[in-house]
Design a binder for this molecule. Structure first.
Ligand code: C2E
Ligand code: MG
Ligand code: MG
Length: 608
């Protein structure tokens, strides 16, 4: 039976009564004692029922340390024990697991030295299950002498798991559960630090899947996600435990190879990864083939800090992609490109995601009627620092690095979207879209164009594709094959910048094009140079003989316009008519400008 504080007060009352002369003083004293007892009682039950574990221990009286004098309900629940089993035991009853023996030893040290103790350790319940214990042991002294210890025990398993989970989430990619970019940078820096002290090597591989975008576009994002998970697994299986693969976003992965013996070892790792990806993937019964390109930069051969390794591996990856070489080490040859260009490569890759490209439209006019027959689509890059960039500033780089493929896709997608919008507004605009030499060599170009025409429900007859003479001449047989496929889809074709390449007449005859665009260098010179004028005249006659239309680009003044009309040229385009403009402005131009209104005379109104 417990000796309740209230009972004690009753016996005190009896004992003190005769000794106190004043009844009033007695009353006061009793009142104080009662309140104290009540508070103690409350405190006692609070301690007993507290969710936290509380234990009271005697001072250490022997080598095994203090003994448990009291434990509350919280303690019993936490350990799954009965109070009786615990009373009289040593702190061994806190049941820290063996690997935390050192913590337990420290606890005993503190106990013997009568100092407070605070620790976190894994503890074991009576039934053997484990939990994370937060233990605080506080000595209670009276007049400088230790009277007992109070131990506060908390089960922090959930809180700890939560922290571990949050930490994991911050450092990992949610789709594949691979380390993310920030964890990669951490590890890369660590690896470089270690390599610096041990004079060893580190390799960083950047990998980009080759046909991922197609998979995503064709089968949907869900498919893409499943595929990425499988890719992650395959890559991981090719690595040693000391290496690491991270997902940087999209279809981009980075592989950190620690302490490779030499570059041969790194090359074989890259080959193994590529081989593993060459086996077809099966996603929901669909067989998919996905290749990859890997760029490699090494410490200390190519760079001495994480950031530069990333940049150099990125450039090497594009070189690999462009050369369809599978993998490539960074080479000084890439460094000979200006730093400005290297910077642009990296920015160019992000520009699509960041939506920095914009399409401009320049009217192509029928010379006789002055009517707009179609608008040429011309890409611009709204560069965050350099302002509006013309294609000459980035198309060649996009071509060299392979980015052009994605860019061409983007241009078609957005041009056709705009075309659809205009058609919906009741303006049946025809568009001329440029493609570069690299895109022309892409086998899948016709399929892609077809898919996008369907996507935007645009009749192929509304689209003309402009291909420069020099890109046709780069590989005439291949160009002819792709152009024939495009033509059979109903898309119109045009030879751009005619006169700058070296196509022979017979070639021109073979090509399935219905328009020839005379390069602006001749057109701009034709009113001052007889030679240029002669070339323009010859091209017009030649094209007409072959049954093709002629468009003159670079019409900068009225004299040129009139001369072209006299020569029987069919179409004209140039600053004198209009500069390339935004989509919204083209509609305004069509309804408000003198050209847009000049439907009959064929002569610009303002010049009449
Ligand atoms: P292009 O296809 O020959 O386009 C005509 C170029 O001449 C355009 O330059 C246009 O702005 C410019 N121009 C038009 N009228 C005049 C004029 O009266 N005087 C002068 N001096 N120039 C005029 P831009 O927009 O800088 O494009 C340059 C080239 O970049 C284009 O030449 C085309 O080959 C390429 N390009 C443009 N957009 C794309 C695209 O979306 N994809 C690809 N692959 N290439 C593109
Ligand atoms: Mg063009
Ligand atoms: Mg041109």
């Amino acid at each position: 039976m417990e000796d309740k504080p209230v009972d004690r007060v009753a016996s005190l009352e009896a004992a003190w009564a005769p000794q106190l002369d004043s009844a009033e003083a007695l009353q006061r004293k009793l009142q104080e004692q009662r309140m104290l007892a009540e508070q103690l009682g409350l405190l006692g039950s609070a301690v007993r029922v507290s969710g936290e574990g509380i234990a009271i221990l005697t001072p250490a009286v022997e080598a095994m340390g203090p003994r448990i004098a009291f434990v509350n309900d919280g303690f019993c629940t936490m350990y799954g024990v009965e109070r009786e089993e615990v009373i009289g035991q040593t702190p061994v009853i806190f049941r820290m697991i063996e690997k935390h023996q050192a913590i337990f030893d420290a606890l005993l040290d503190h106990v013997f030295e009568e100092r407070p103790f605070d620790a976190e350790a894994t503890a074991r319940r009576k039934n053997g299950s484990e939990f994370e214990l937060d233990l605080q042991l506080i000595p209670v002294k009276e007049n400088g002498n230790l009277t007992h210890w109070v131990a506060f025990l908390r089960d922090v398993t959930e809180a700890k798991q939560q922290i571990v989970l949050l930490r994991h989430q911050a450092m990992h990619d949610s789709l594949t559960d691979l380390p993310n970019r920030s964890l990669l940078y951490d590890r890369l820096d660590q690896s470089i630090d270690t390599a610096r002290t041990q004079s060893s090597l580190v390799a960083l591989l950047l990998m980009d899947l080759d046909r991922f975008k197609e998979v995503n576009d064709t089968f949907g994002h869900h498919f893409g996600d499943v595929l990425l998970k499988q890719v992650a697994l395959r890559v991981k299986n090719q690595l040693r435990l000391v290496d690491m693969v991270a997902r940087l976003g999209g279809d981009e992965f980075a592989i950190l190879v620690n302490d490779p013996v030499d570059s041969q070892f790194v090359a074989s790792t890259a080959r193994r990864i590529l081989n593993s990806l060459q086996q077809p993937f099966v996603v929901e019964g669909q067989v998919l083939e996905v290749g990859a390109s890997i760029g490699i930069a090494m410490y200390p051969t190519h760079g001495t800090d994480g950031r530069s390794l990333m940049r150099l591996a990125d450039v090497a990856m594009y070189a690999a992609k462009q050369a369809q070489a599978g993998y490539k080490f960074h080479s000084d040859e890439y460094e000979s490109r200006s730093p400005e260009e290297l910077g642009l490569v990296v920015e160019l890759r992000r520009a699509i995601e960041l939506n920095e490209f914009e399409l401009y439209y320049q009217p192509k006019l029928h010379l006789k009627s002055g009517l707009m027959t179609r608008a040429e689509v011309l890409i611009r890059w709204n560069h965050p620092k350099r302002g509006l960039l013309a294609p000459a500033a980035f198309i060649p780089i996009a071509e060299r690095t392979g980015i052009i493929r994605e860019l061409t896709d983007w241009v078609f997608d957005h041009a056709l979207e705009q075309c659809r919008a205009w058609h919906d507004e009741g303006a049946p605009v025809h568009l001329a879209i440029n493609i570069s030499a690299k895109s022309l060599l892409e086998q899948s170009l016709p399929t892609k164009v077809h898919t996008l025409l369907e996507k935007w429900r645009v009749d192929p007859r509304f689209i003309k594709i402009e291909i420069t003479e020099s890109s046709i001449m780069a590989d005439p047989a291949h160009a002819l094959a792709i152009m024939s496929m495009l033509q059979s889809m109903g898309v119109r074709l045009s030879v751009d910048d005619f006169g700058t390449g070296y196509s022979s007449l017979s070639h021109l005859r073979q090509l399935p094009v219905d328009e020839i665009k005379i390069d602006k260098s001749f057109v701009m010179g034709m009113t001052t140079s007889e030679a240029d004028a002669a070339i323009v005249r010859t091209v017009i006659d030649l094209a007409h003989n072959l049954g093709k239309q002629v468009c003159a680009e670079g019409v900068e003044d009225e004299a040129t316009w009139l001369r072209l009309r006299d020569l029987g040229c069919d179409l004209a385009q140039g600053y004198w008519i209009s500069r390339p403009m935004r989509g919204a402005d083209l509609m305004k131009w069509l309804t408000e400008s003198s050209w847009g209104l000049a439907r009959v005379s064929g002569v610009k109104r303002s010049s009449q």
